[in-house]
Design a binder for this molecule. Structure first.
Ligand code: PLP
Length: 397
């Protein structure tokens, strides 16, 4: 019989499953709030003008496609370091940061996880409760036991910081703590700067290993403001991991552009760590693809394109913010207090809608959301927001 005869069907990806159902829906007023993608006010996935310009220049140059180094394009890795750590960071001047180009934020997390498994094989990994749905599976597939730390407070739709601190304080030394740098997915609830400072102190006091996931730099307040956690960690003297993604901030989802950075204690340590991380890459996919990284590097290293990109990023950020405020106002007109939506940051909001209410949104109104009540504000626009607000008010009755 077939070697696959006993293979079971794996469960569908919960988020991608929503999109499949949405695509099959023939109602014209349907809205997909289940995705984690930024759409413009026309409901279209944008191709940024800065990206278009860099791509045109690259196409005109018709570069040959040799293999990249295992760690990717040097100009890209340096541009990422400047963006994430700040170009004047002493960490960079001291050679304490290694950065490799990775296949999106997911690829960066996976390379980091595989390397950590070799570095601290017996450590336990902790993710926020709740977290991006792939965090758990990804670290488990790297061989780790994965637990959660307290994070979201359903009562305030914010962070239960006292509980979070208690969780961190109870962890064993060398435990890996996965933190969302900003725009927490799925809740939209972020830490304040002062709370970040406390988190850094606990991580240091308890000898924990921070793995900071930065998938939305520039989507909360701005490029620098969203890196506040990174700045506090940089000042701590700790060693830690950072995954970055340009899927959202460059609207380059399908090009898989991300990076893994690791902060070490010295330049000499960096060289040894990089050599080990390269072994992980070599045995996974050998070296990253050329196009996406070349485009991001070109945009970040040209003053004009960089300015254009920052303006376009600000446009995305401000449009999401405007949708948050509009949703709050429209629901207020229906007699519902959703002020927390304007406090939360980034693409997502935990609305507090129940799985049953989410089901009704789909069945009665063609509005798709995640059963946890997570909605993507970046999928709202001036033409669908009234329908969404009215529908939410209906299912709250
Ligand atoms: N981390 C978080 C918190 C995310 O929300 C996402 C994407 O949704 C990722 C990582 C992965 O990003 P990428 O699509 O670049 O792999």
């Amino acid at each position: 019989s077939s070697i696959f005869a006993a293979v079971e069907m794996a469960p569908r990806d919960p988020i991608l499953g929503i999109t499949e159902a949405f695509n099959a829906d023939s109602r014209t007023h349907k809205v997909n709030l289940g995705v984690g993608v930024y759409y413009d006010d026309n409901g279209k996935l944008p191709l940024l003008a800065a990206v278009k310009a860099a791509e045109k220049a690259r196409l005109d140059a018709m570069p040959a496609r040799g293999y990249q180094p295992i760690e990717g394009l040097a100009a890209y890795n340096q541009a990422v370091q400047n963006l994430v750590f700040g170009k004047d960071s002493p960490l960079l001047a001291n050679g304490q940061v290694i950065t490799i180009e990775a296949l999106g934020g997911t690829g960066a997390l996976k390379i980091g996880a595989d390397y950590l498994k070799r570095l601290v094989p017996g450590a336990k990994v902790y993710i926020s409760d709740p977290s991006w749905e792939n965090h758990r599976a990804l670290f488990e597939s790297a061989g780790f036991e994965v637990g959660t730390y307290a994070y979201y407070d359903a009562a305030t739709r914010g962070v239960n910081f006292a509980a979070m601190k208690a969780s961190l304080n109870a962890m064993a030394p060398n435990a890996v703590v996965v933190l969302h740098a900003c725009c927490h997915n799925p809740t939209g609830a972020d830490l304040t700067d002062a709370q970040w400072q406390e988190v850094v102190q606990i991580i240091k006091a308890k000898n924990l290993i921070a793995f900071i996931d930065m998938a939305y730099q520039g989507f909360a307040e701005g490029i620098d403001a969203d890196a506040v956690a990174l700045k506090l960690f940089a000042a701590s003297g700790l060693q830690y991991f950072v995954s970055s993604s340009f899927s959202k901030s460059f609207s380059l989802y399908g090009e898989r552009v991300g990076a893994l950075s690791i902060v070490t204690a010295s330049k000499e340590e960096s060289a040894r760590v990089l050599s080990q991380v390269k072994r992980v890459v070599r045995t996974n996919y050998s070296n990253p693809p050329t196009h996406g990284g070349a485009i991001v590097a070109a945009v970040l290293s040209s003053p004009e394109l960089r300015q254009q990109w920052e303006d376009e990023l600000a446009g995305m950020r401000e449009r999401i913010r405007a949708m948050r405020i509009a949703l709050v106002e429209k629901l207020k007109a229906h007699g519902h207090d959703f002020a927390f939506v304007a406090q939360q940051r980034g693409m997502f909001s935990y609305t507090g809608l129940t799985a049953q209410q989410v089901e009704r949104l789909k069945d009665e109104f063609g509005i798709y959301a995640v059963s946890t009540g997570r909605i993507c504000l970046a999928a709202l626009n001036t033409r669908n927001i009234d329908h969404v607000a009215d529908a939410i008010a209906q299912v709250l009755k």
